[in-house]
Design a protein around this ligand. Structure first.
Ligand SMILES: [Fe+2]
Length: 260
């Protein structure tokens, strides 16, 4: 495992601190057709360090991560063509520019675009702190190879992907929907036999410390085998498998590079 250093926001002016973003590498049985790797990430809530910004404004961590992966991680893994690599983004990529407040909400279009400029395609969901553009409630307007999913499915490179943005909560708040609405949307996606499900919220895990939704877990345990990618709640052990074979990868505050 490698780590990238970045700045994490603190509570109040000057309270920011240096933190570490773990980069993991895992091998999977099968990748989508035509790809050498998939990058999976969520909750990159930080900014680059001053020494990397060359005097400019500090960019969001997710804006600088794609080039750093290509420069520092891909050579170790023998990955030579970034356009044979795709990215799954599971939400929450914003941090306020002054790094003086935790959990700020803002525009993450630049992060999606950075992944889109460096890799073949991107599929993902919004976190509860993500907006796209100036209008808070607008859906993103992205080029055709950036696939924003919210209750939708899409077929890419021979796999069926589904996604639900936001979290379970008070539906009058940003990127939240009631538990009933969330679970209904998930049921509809599960009927489409997705190979990969992207969500920001997600199931509780197997350990009490692996926080999440019992309702989501119950639905997933009743469905068929799939890979669920989630963020939002930090799990020390990011990977679990339920008895029905369904696997959950929680990439909150980490990056996982999947290769075959
Ligand atoms: Fe979140």
């Amino acid at each position: 495992m490698t780590e990238f250093l970045y700045l994490n926001a603190g509570r109040g002016a000057g309270a920011f601190y240096q933190d570490r973003l773990p980069i993991h590498h895992t091998q999977v049985n099968q990748l989508p057709e035509g790809l050498d790797a998939v990058i999976v990430a969520a909750d990159l809530q930080g900014r680059e360090r001053f020494q990397e910004a060359n005097g400019g404004p500090l960019r969001l961590l997710g804006e600088v991560v794609p080039q750093r992966l290509i420069d520092e991680i891909f050579p170790e893994l023998g990955l030579t063509d970034p356009f044979r690599v795709a990215a799954f983004l599971a939400g929450d990529f914003y941090t306020v520019p002054a790094l003086d407040k935790r959990g700020g909400t803002g525009d993450v279009s630049s992060v999606w675009k950075a992944f889109g400029e460096n890799f073949a395609w991107v599929a993902g969901v919004a976190g509860n702190h993500d907006t796209f553009g100036e209008n808070r409630d607008a859906s993103p307007r992205f080029p055709g190879h950036l696939h924003y999913l919210d209750g939708d499915t899409i077929e890419l490179c021979g796999i069926r992907l589904g996604g639900i943005s936001g979290i379970i909560g008070n539906s009058s708040r940003h990127q939240r929907r009631s538990e009933d609405d969330y679970l209904f949307t998930l049921e509809l996606l599960l009927e489409e036999n997705c190979d990969v499900l992207l969500m920001h919220d997600g199931p509780e895990g197997l350990e009490p410390s692996q926080r999440g939704s019992l309702g989501i877990r119950t639905l997933l345990e009743e469905s068929q085998d799939a890979l669920v990618i989630r963020g939002h709640s930090h799990w020390d052990d990011p990977f679990i498998q339920f008895n029905n074979g369904l696997q959950v990868l929680n990439v909150d505050a980490r990056i996982v590079v999947l290769t075959e």
